[in-house]
Design a protein around this ligand. Structure first.
Ligand code: NCD
Ligand code: ZN
Ligand code: ZN
Length: 415
């Protein structure tokens, strides 16, 4: 057996669904899935059923998470353009000054109290296109938000097609640390490369499903292949692989929905099958302005998103075994990159051991996520997560999670 030790992985883009949608996932099942996937730090998104756009809602989430998590978890904040006043309430020194819940904050951050630049959240997430959560921000709000949000903390955007360009335009006017989530096309990544060359302070993430699946797979995945952004034509996928060095990090975009939810909505609408076919305009995905050669695309009236925490690292190690990536790339994309963008420091004794020789089949029934399915079900992968240590404590071994709820820590932003 050959165990390789890598730093505990950081996933800055997950949807743990707690509270309100715990039929899909909750803080315990989601963080158990994280450990099983080699991750020790997650950052949870704010598109809960009630968007997390106030400090009060954030505090509720933090309090709940504190009792339930088995790995470390930080949070992104949200905005619909109407909560600018809430931004200042996220700074820890302001909170202490106001003497609100100061005991809890003090306990967690005792070593940081002298600095002003500590915040309860890791980033601000803005949704500029429709996705899960009906949580949509018009671009007219961007300048005000950019000007008001604390400049050291990244702003993350869900921006696809034309809103992608809208965001880049605003960054040119008001340079801010911007993270472009789930970049999936040649067009988008080319624009990122150009913008970086111009010195704009942007980073980008790519999901494992946009690297390992393509539009072709929607045929057999049906509604289980419906996500935002959608799976892309092979030419886009190839471009992402070819330019992997321009990608700052891999984000799983772990977006669990129940099997019933993925199948059910179309049935409820009385459609004959679980999917229907529509002819759509091809997505803009070509830098030279030519439309890519795509056929009719299938559209499913189901919630968007796929689980990903337990399959990302094995898929990446499989790519290593096929010489498509190096171990160094995997560490850069899943640890160093997210650590740099979100200023996260993990302890030296927080690490994951991978059996690089083991190969196994991904099976829905073996997953820890409450949703119990994966678009990679049935895939044979190389590299098995053997053991995970969090601050020196063994928390996962041989397919078993050993950590108990509440043993993970809440992560805050410290500049
Ligand atoms: C995400 C979800 O389900 O919350 N869905 C998705 O298709 N990626 C939301 C998102 O990241 O856009
Ligand atoms: Zn998104
Ligand atoms: Zn997401």
């Amino acid at each position: 057996m050959q165990f390789m030790r890598i730093p505990g992985l950081i996933d800055p883009h997950v949807h743990l669904r707690d509270p309100e949608e715990t039929q899909k996932e909750d803080f315990t099942t989601g963080t158990r899935a994280a450990l099983a996937g080699g991750y020790t730090t997650l950052i949870d998104m704010p598109n809960n059923k009630t968007p997390v756009t106030t400090r009060e809602r954030l505090e509720k989430k933090r309090t709940l998470a504190k009792e339930k998590i088995v790995c470390d978890v930080g949070f992104h904040f949200g905005s619909l353009g109407d909560n600018i006043d809430e931004f200042a309430k996220l700074q820890l020194s302001n909170i202490l000054r106001a003497n609100v819940e100061s005991r809890e904050v003090k306990d967690e951050n005792s070593s940081r109290l002298r600095s002003n630049n500590n915040y309860l959240v890791m980033g601000l997430k803005l949704y500029l296109n429709k996705t899960t959560g009906n949580y949509l921000l018009g671009k007219s709000h961007l300048p005000k938000i950019f000007a008001s949000w604390p400049s050291e903390i990244p702003i993350l955007v869900h921006a696809i097609d034309e809103t992608f360009d809208d965001v880049l335009e605003v960054v040119k006017q008001t340079p801010r640390k911007i993270h472009l989530c789930h970049v999936s096309t040649k067009y988008e990544l080319s624009r990122v490369i150009e913008a970086k060359e111009r010195g704009l302070p942007i980073s980008c993430g790519v999901t494992p499903h946009h690297l390992f699946l393509s539009e072709e797979d929607t045929k057999h995945l049906g509604p289980f292949g419906a996500m935002k952004p959608p799976l892309r034509p092979r030419t886009d996928v190839d471009f992402l692989w070819k330019n992997i060095q321009a990608i700052d990090l891999i984000e799983s975009d772990h977006a669990p929905h129940t099997i019933e939810e993925k199948q059910g909505v179309t049935r409820a609408e009385g459609l004959p099958a679980t999917r229907r076919s529509l002819k759509l305009a091809s997505p803009r995905s070509s830098i030279d302005g030519k439309e890519p050669a795509t056929g009719p695309r299938e559209v499913f009236n189901v919630p968007f998103g796929v689980p990903g925490l337990e399959t990302t690292l094995p898929l990446l190690f499989t790519a290593v075994s096929e010489n498509k990536l190096t171990i160094g790339d995997v560490i850069r994309l899943c640890h160093e990159g997210p650590a740099k963008v979100f200023n996260i420091k993990t302890a030296n004794d927080t690490y994951t051991e991978v059996d690089t020789k083991a190969n196994y089949e991904i099976k829905n029934k073996n997953l820890f996520t409450k949703s119990k399915w994966s678009p990679f079900n049935g895939w044979r992968v190389h590299g098995k997560i053997q053991r995970v240590f969090l601050r020196g404590k063994k928390v996962f071994e041989d397919g078993k999670v050993l950590a108990s709820p509440g043993s993970g820590k809440l992560v805050t932003y410290s500049s």
